[in-house]
Design a protein around this ligand. Structure first.
Ligand code: MG
Length: 311
């Protein structure tokens, strides 16, 4: 039988949970009944010693009996998959922070913002209402000072982000370089900052209303609000304007509002997401470096090192 799918196992922490031979044997033995049904499991492919492996299988519909939480396990048919369009959420995905929390702290309205977030989580408010309420608390803040404080001192890129983008833009298995985008439920000036440092092709985020010759926040949001549906719609649009087949797109995010885009994309990855998001996402990765996405796509450590050595 041809084995056209792969189970990819990526250790969430190579130091704490190395994928030793013993560990891999346990995974295979404990899933024996499921795996043997349609595959021989003799060919374990090592993508990165102790960190990432692949097991060829015939079906993408396997309910594994043993699915350890310390390992990100996904099934797909990718062999050196390089998306033609790669779309990222921003807060807690491309960067470690939630920018709205940083702004709230700057403006001394943390408690009020937290109350609104809690009400939104209890479904008393939808995302659009909660965003508007939160932004109304920011009226009067001077934008240049805020931007300077948050972008220069507080935003930190997620480990592996620069390398992942570099790989996607430079690995040549096709003539196409990957188009990249950040879709943020946050605000344009901050998303633009991240877009610029990562040299991403596209950026979408919410527009803050400004007064005083564009210097001061007026407490409003202008235009269509970037929520889950907007992200999904934008992903489809970006694929279409670049003549990219939707199956060649990938969305990465950590929040519930990234799920529609993850589902609209050819492939969706929940990055260090809450359990409820992970359950609904097409695939998941819980790791300390976002570069590990490349193992889900079937690349080896050697492939990655080769491209990154030319940085
Ligand atoms: Mg997020």
């Amino acid at each position: 039988m041809t084995q056209s799918y792969f189970i990819t196992c990526i250790s969430n922490d190579i130091d704490k949970y190395p994928l030793t031979e013993k560990y891999i044997d346990k995974f295979i033995n404990d899933n024996k009944t499921v795996l043997e049904k349609d595959s021989t499991v003799s060919d374990v492919l090592v993508l990165h010693p102790l960190k990432a492996i692949r097991i060829p299988v015939n079906s993408n519909d396997l309910s594994l009996k043993y699915n350890p939480v310390e390992v990100s396990v996904n099934i797909n048919n990718y062999d050196h998959f390089k998306p033609k369009l790669m779309v990222f959420d921003m807060d807690s995905t491309l960067i470690y922070q939630e920018v709205i929390e940083l702004i709230a702290k700057y403006a001394n309205v943390e408690d009020k913002v937290r109350d609104i977030t809690t009400r939104a989580m209890n479904n008393e408010l939808n995302f659009k209402q909660s965003l508007k309420e939160r932004v109304s608390l920011l009226k009067g803040i001077e934008l240049p000072k805020l931007l300077n404080d948050i972008c220069e001192n507080q935003i930190v890129l997620t480990k592996g982000v620069r390398e992942l983008i570099y790989f996607l833009q430079n690995y040549k298995n096709t003539v196409t370089t990957t188009k990249t985008a950040v879709l943020s439920g946050g605000f344009i000036p901050f998303a633009k900052y991240v877009q610029n440092i990562l040299k991403l092709d596209y950026m979408r985020a919410n527009e803050l209303g400004l007064t005083n010759h564009g210097q001061t926040l007026d407490g409003t949001v202008i235009g269509e609000i970037v929520d889950g549906q907007y992200k999904a719609k934008t992903l489809v649009e970006l694929a279409s304007i670049n003549n990219i087949d939707i199956k060649d797109t990938c969305m990465v995010g950590d929040g519930g509002n990234d799920l529609p885009a993850m589902k609209a994309a050819g492939y969706g990855i929940a990055w260090n997401a809450k359990p409820i998001v992970q359950q609904q996402a097409p695939s998941k990765l819980n790791s300390d470096t976002i570069l590990d996405i490349l193992y889900i796509f079937g690349f080896t450590k050697q492939d990655i090192d080769q491209v990154l050595s030319s940085i």
